[in-house]
Design a protein around this ligand. Structure first.
Ligand code: GDP
Ligand code: MN
Length: 404
């Protein structure tokens, strides 16, 4: 489960990581009251589960209460890469001297937590690695030993901070940075996270170290150990239903691990039954109804993917008034721009099915398999959900005798 910035920051605060005073606001009036309570200037930040909010205009620095009201109204009206904004975080603004990058993530290929630090935040890490290798630290944390002191020292050395520098409370900046690295590891470990990222981690003009952003992902399999977070996952589920409803889609979240997208309630429900009969279970279903255009299909796919619970995706379309090529274009709209880690199986039959298959073939999407029919599609999706992550594209087998 991905956490919004404000939720990640409340975990940060609980773990002793330095964050600035902030308040959540869902209207311009609430934002104004928050700004008055915190003290101007403030940063008004869109709360959406996608990065690059700064570039999209979802983060505004405001010096007056009027600016806060205007910025909040603007941001609440925005749609950032398919995500509507329902709340903003109003946060005390700071004067930034330097932007750093710090993250701990689960490196699946190496099967270890990986700590990554860059003395240059906000820039492409690969570029820093090339241009200034000493400014980068990439180190595996032994899950049994935990973070070692030498690893913390490596980060502090790579930061290249002036040894004399100290924060307003007299704490040496180097020492504050070391504290952040240790606290982030503790948080990662204790909250069963698969990602804890601070980008940027800043050194303020006054010499303090502050987490200006947060990106936290909690392992869904560990949610039972975190009752408070589990309740939020439930609320997030309701969010998705509301978003789908707004787009004219019928969406229902279920308990399994195969995301299902289809046209028509009957087709979708029989698909879910077929999945169960084949030994799988549906994570949710999204019915795009009749005659859906590409945009609607893209939203449906995005709603399914946003939960992050699906281990495979099954798109089953029997085109009547719905054109299969239109559906294919909607799929390409999303899958052509976004890496999806799970296998996607598509069955297209009926109206414009051949054209739809051509659209998918031309797009050459990695991990996407076009099945010969509904039964084969179900079989491939169930096998895909059961396969280890990253197993690659599925092999379409010979047609079974009863295949349609
Ligand atoms: P992201 O774009 O979604 O990653 O959002 P961030 O929270 O990382 O903010 C993007 C950028 O906005 C940061 O890199 C900062 O440069 C800037 N920013 C955010 N808050 C403040 C602030 O309080 N003061 C100043 N000067 N800049 C800020
Ligand atoms: Mn950021």
């Amino acid at each position: 489960m991905d956490l919004l910035e404000h939720r990640g920051k409340s975990l940060f605060a609980g773990a002793g990581l330095p964050v600035l005073p902030s308040r959540l606001a869902c209207s311009p009036a609430e934002a104004q009251a928050a700004a008055v309570a915190i003290g101007l200037p403030v940063a008004v930040k869109a709360q959406v589960k996608t990065g690059g909010r700064g570039k999209a205009g979802g983060i505004r620095l405001c010096a007056t209460a009027d600016e806060v009201v205007a910025a909040t109204a603007d941001i609440l009206a925005m749609n950032i890469r398919g995500h509507g904004v329902t709340c903003v975080l109003v946060e005390q603004a700071v004067a930034i001297a330097r932007e750093l990058y710090l993250a701990i993530s689960c490196a699946r290929t190496h099967r270890v937590p990986l700590l990554v630090f860059s003395a240059e935040g906000g820039v492409d890490i690969e570029e820093v690695a090339r241009r200034k290798p000493g400014a980068l630290v990439r180190t595996a944390v032994d899950p049994l030993l935990g973070l070692c002191d030498y690893q913390v020292r490596d980060v502090v050395a790579a930061a290249g901070l002036d040894g004399e520098l100290a924060g307003p409370d007299g704490t040496p900046t180097k020492q504050a940075l070391a504290g952040v690295v240790r606290a982030l590891w503790r948080l990662y470990h204790e909250s069963d996270a698969t990602l804890c990222e601070i980008n940027p981690l800043v050194v303020t003009a006054a010499g303090a170290v502050v987490c200006l952003d947060s990106k936290v992902t909690i392992d869904d399999n560990a949610l039972f150990r975190h009752a408070d977070l589990k309740a939020e996952a439930h609320a997030a589920k309701e969010d998705r239903e509301a978003r789908a409803h707004e787009a004219g889609l019928s969406f229902v979240a279920l308990e399994g691990d195969i995301g299902v997208l289809g046209n028509g309630a009957g087709l979708v429900m029989s698909t879910i039954d077929q999945i169960a009969a084949a030994g799988g279970s549906a994570a949710d279903f999204c019915d795009i109804g009749g005659g859906a255009r590409a945009d609607k299909v893209a939203t449906a796919l995005d709603v399914i993917l946003s939960a992050g619970t699906a281990r495979a995706l099954l798109v089953s379309i029997f085109g009547g008034i719905t054109r299969c090529d239109e559906v294919a274009r909607g799929l390409v709209q999303v899958l052509g721009h976004r890496r999806v880690d799970v296998p996607v199986v598509v069955r297209l039959d009926g109206n414009a099915a051949a054209e739809g298959r051509t659209v998918l073939a031309d797009a050459q999407i990695l991990g996407l398999t076009v099945a010969a029919g509904a039964t084969e599609a179900v079989r491939l999706a169930v096998a895909g959900a059961a396969a280890p992550a990253g197993a690659g594209a599925l092999q379409a087998g010979p047609k079974t005798p009863r295949e349609d």
